[in-house]
Design a binder for this molecule. Structure first.
Ligand SMILES: [Zn+2]
Length: 439
């Protein structure tokens, strides 16, 4: 082997150790972030003038400014900014592309986009999430792209593409008549955006298959179509029975995994709780009894408010009435849940909304409908981490946690919309972007 020049050797060192987690133990370089204001994800109040010591991909300690900074440490000056834990979006779809009816809507994604195109779009989605400060996502099914989320997660973990930490739920589960594609000639066997099951045996088998292929969560649709009923109420078509859901929950819990249930209202929502689901997605019509049952069972609530405020059908058409009713019911439910203290995880349903749109619009809706700015921030940090069984590891700025750290210029406790403009992102100890202007 030819002798390497010093320059080559240095370049090789930088290249080989580009990922902090690759650096051998004991040689991890130290980075110190100077935070003007720090919101740590769990405390009730922000703290001024703090130092975060980052070694490798973990936070070593958090101290008040004034602590000695060892020579040789890299210092990142965020003294002009508010620093927070990396954000967590607990309801995303990296394999959805905005559902624009002018571009063929949901069906075009499955019928016309090949898997390579879909993977490329998912790659874009992951970069978008990270650049907006979302260092972790729970991606709630691939909408016909099979186990693609597990592949994208592997590409991120091996450093091939940038992206957040992913909790993947693979294919999703619903029953016959319970998911798209639909409305085609009955003679045609159309592909579906989920795995269809009927009966507890098939339900358990689907859960086993998905868990075997890398699902971190199981996503189940407990309601499908919705419309306004005779008495002006929101009606949702139920899908799985309690027995079917129980088979899935029992199987997932046995593997140490959890089950997220899409459930709007009525019978399907009730079955979701009676079947023991771990998180209610959307939960548009939460009655007082449902809220009491959620609190008793410790069920998580992942409201996704923003998507229900776009693309309303024309007023006084069945679709238009349904769209308005979904939004107005959701508003009341979110207010009730905030007041009752239901365990809440932040979710955007981005993907249903184009990935080009800002994910942070959801924050404003949560504050508008009754969550305090701090509770809203915690729903996207420490509370979500708790739901994901990562308490103390993500969603918090404290010793021992992963170095997932973001910053905004202003004060999100005064204006929550600051979270739409994340200026600094560190993920797993590596700086992904830094647009904070120095003092
Ligand atoms: Zn969704």
């Amino acid at each position: 082997m030819r002798k390497l020049s010093l320059a080559c050797f240095v370049a090789l060192f930088v290249c080989v150790f580009a990922n902090p987690q690759d650096v051998p133990k004991g040689t991890n370089p130290l980075t110190v972030i100077h935070a003007g204001t720090l919101i740590d994800g769990t405390s009730d109040a922000a703290r001024k003038n703090q130092l975060i010591f980052v070694r490798g991909n973990k936070i070593e300690k958090v101290t008040a400014a004034g602590e000695a900074i060892p020579p040789g440490a890299q210092v990142i000056d965020l003294s002009n900014a508010t620093v927070l834990p990396g954000l967590i979006d607990s309801h995303t779809h990296i394999f959805l592309w905005g559902e624009d009816p002018n571009k063929g809507g949901y069906d075009a994604n499955i019928l016309k986009a090949g898997i390579a195109l879909r993977a490329a779009r998912a790659t874009y989605a992951c970069r978008r999430a990270l650049e907006q400060g979302f260092t972790t996502i729970r991606d709630l099914e691939t909408e016909g792209a099979g186990y693609g989320d597990v592949g994208i997660k592997q590409a991120i973990e091996e450093g091939t593409i940038p992206g957040p930490r992913i909790f993947a739920s693979t294919r999703g589960i619903s029953s016959t008549g319970g998911y798209n594609l639909e409305g085609y000639a009955p003679e045609l066997v159309m592909p579906k955006g989920v795995q269809i099951i009927d009966g507890p045996v098939e339900a358990r088998k689907a859960a086993r298959e998905q868990l075997d292929h890398g699902a971190d969560w199981i996503k189940v649709y407990m309601t499908h179509r919705s419309w306004v009923g005779k008495n002006g109420e929101l009606v949702s078509q139920p899908t799985l029975t309690v027995e079917e859901l129980k088979a899935i929950v029992d199987e997932a819990h046995g593997w140490g995994k959890k089950v997220a249930c899409h459930a709007y209202s009525g019978i399907g929502l009730q079955r979701a709780l009676d079947g023991g689901c771990d998180s209610i997605e959307h939960g548009l019509t939460l009655t007082d009894a449902i809220i009491a049952q959620m609190i008793k069972q410790g069920t998580w609530y992942c409201p996704t408010i923003a998507p229900y405020y776009g693309d309303w059908g024309e007023e006084n058409t069945p679709g238009g009435r349904r769209d308005r009713k979904r939004a107005s019911d959701h508003e009341i439910s979110v207010q009730k849940a905030a007041k009752a203290g239901v365990k809440t995880a932040f979710g955007t349903d981005i993907g249903g909304i184009p990935w080009t749109e800002p994910m942070g619009v959801e924050f404003g809706y949560m504050v508008k409908f009754g969550y305090t700015p701090m509770a809203t921030i915690q729903s996207a940090t420490s509370r979500a981490a708790e739901m994901l069984d990562m308490k103390g590891e993500i969603g918090v700025l404290t010793a021992g946690a992963y170095a997932d750290i973001v910053a905004v210029s202003g004060d999100p406790l005064k204006d929550i919309n600051e979270l739409k403009k994340v200026k600094f992102v560190m993920h797993d100890g590596a700086v992904f972007k830094n647009e904070v202007s120095a003092k």
